[in-house]
Design a protein around this ligand. Structure first.
Ligand code: HSE
Length: 437
């Protein structure tokens, strides 16, 4: 069989690594996919930039669109990124020309995945995006194919290496959020705009894709409640540790009676859980399937080699003629996402309040919680470090840490609004949701 002819748009770290690996592992790849794979054309912003890969004999296309519609290309690989053009138009044009497409672009799939899947179906091509979520972890294939016979009830994970790196270092070294973010940037983990990572949007885009695959719903980023990690303090991580938890930024999609709940927020997970063991930039995804114990996949969420390996696996599938619908079922069979409102979220909560040290404060807090029928699993009040034993520091605020039994989000919000209204605490309450395994 003639080799599969590949065109690659975007020669950053991942693109260059894909070219290098296809060149280096040509024989292995053709043995595994029953067909040779050859990069015939590429394009990128700069033609002269040194990339450390051999581009001799490879045509340079004048634009992504020209590459996408080049009759000499069977498989268009988009590694430019960005949720709009030129990536979107190039992919759509390639699909309309009946080609297969591989992309690592989470922003684009989260935003236009359904439209592009429709184009793939209509014109008989394939749209593969393994590298778009959790880089080197084969989570798309696992949900789409490996678990085709399983009803998924919940999928959740650590989908952003930058946030996990920051939280891990804050916990292990007692550093502040700002200090750890600076290091993440220095080491090249954080995106150009760190708010995309630390405010949870990167995780949300990945979660939107996973939720669609897990529940057979249309990708819908707007259905996701998003909260980032910038308000987390070292004292929260210390308290979590003492209470038997770790704090992770999780993306969680769960089937509930009210619809699919999709949320991204700092989360307390039991220290004994698989997900709690995942430290540093590593990613992990846990799938709770009906009637089976949870499955957790752990691995690199980013990086040239790991992401390129996923891109190549997608290309290999196309070479061997594997044809799957992009979201695991035809687009017309995907349901609209029935969004479960965050206000009705049910679970346990960690609440840290900086309470004013005056008589009656604790009683007032307890009253507001009781009014909302919030039951407490534990309550800890401690002197802030370095308090003056003479009592002169008496008026400095005291951290009160509450762990609730399962309750509703709106009850917690109402109770805390009432506490704030009473002016018995300093600043805003810190709230971290608890996720049990
Ligand atoms: N900035 C992302 C992360 C890279 O930290 O995980 C992969 O999307």
């Amino acid at each position: 069989m003639a080799p599969l002819k590949v065109g690659i748009a975007g020669l950053g770290t991942v693109g260059a690594e894909v070219v290098r690996l296809i060149e280096e592992q040509g024989r292995l790849l053709s043995a595994r996919s029953g067909r040779g794979i050859r990069v015939v054309a590429v394009t990128a912003r700069s033609k002269v930039k040194k990339r450390g890969v051999n581009l001799r004999g490879i045509e340079w296309a004048k634009s992504p669109l020209a590459l996408a519609t080049d009759p000499n290309v069977d498989c268009f690989v988009e590694l430019m990124g960005g949720s709009g053009d030129p990536a979107f138009s190039a992919i759509e044009a390639a699909l309309k020309a009946g080609k297969s497409v591989v992309t690592a672009n989470k922003a684009l799939i989260a935003r236009h995945g359904i439209r592009l899947a429709k184009a793939a179906e209509k014109h008989g091509g394939t749209l593969n995006f393994e590298a778009a979520v959790a880089g080197g972890i084969p989570i798309i294939k696992t949900l789409r194919e490996g678990l085709a016979g399983t009803t998924v009830n919940r999928v959740y994970g650590i989908l952003n290496g930058t946030c996990n790196y920051i939280l891990s270092r804050m916990e292990q070294e007692g550093l502040t959020f700002a200090e750890c973010l600076k290091d993440a940037q220095r080491l090249g983990y954080a995106e150009a705009n760190p708010s995309f990572d630390v405010d949870g949007h990167d995780t949300a885009q990945k979660l939107a894709i996973l939720a669609s695959l897990a529940f057979g719903t249309k990708v819908s980023q707007s259905a996701i409640y998003v909260e980032g990690i910038s308000s987390i303090k070292p004292e929260d991580l210390r308290a979590a540790e003492e209470l038997g938890y770790r704090v992770k930024l999780l993306g969680v999609a769960v089937r509930t009676a009210k619809g699919i709940e999709q949320r991204v927020h700092p989360t307390m997970v039991p220290k004994s859980s698989s997900i709690a063991q995942v430290m540093g930039v590593t990613n992990a995804v846990t799938i709770d399937g009906e009637g089976i114990p949870p499955i957790t996949l752990v691995g690199p969420g980013a990086g040239g080699a790991a992401t390129a390996a996923s891109v190549i696996a997608d290309i290999a599938d196309i070479a061997r003629g594997v044809h799957t619908t992009p979201f695991g079922r035809p687009v017309e069979k995907l349901r609209e996402t029935k969004k479960a409102p965050m206000e009705r979220h049910e679970g346990g909560y960690y609440i840290r309040l900086m309470a004013r040290d005056v008589a009656g404060t604790a009683a007032k807090i307890a009253t507001h919680l009781a009014k909302e029928k919030i039951s407490l699993e534990s309550i800890v009040q401690r002197h802030p470090d370095g308090i003056d034993p003479t009592g002169a520091g008496k008026s400095s605020p005291m951290p009160i840490i509450l762990i609730t039994y399962a309750t509703h989000e709106d009850a917690v919000r109402r109770a805390l609004a009432a506490v704030q209204h009473d002016k018995i605490i300093n600043g805003k309450p810190q709230v971290i949701r608890i996720e049990k395994n």
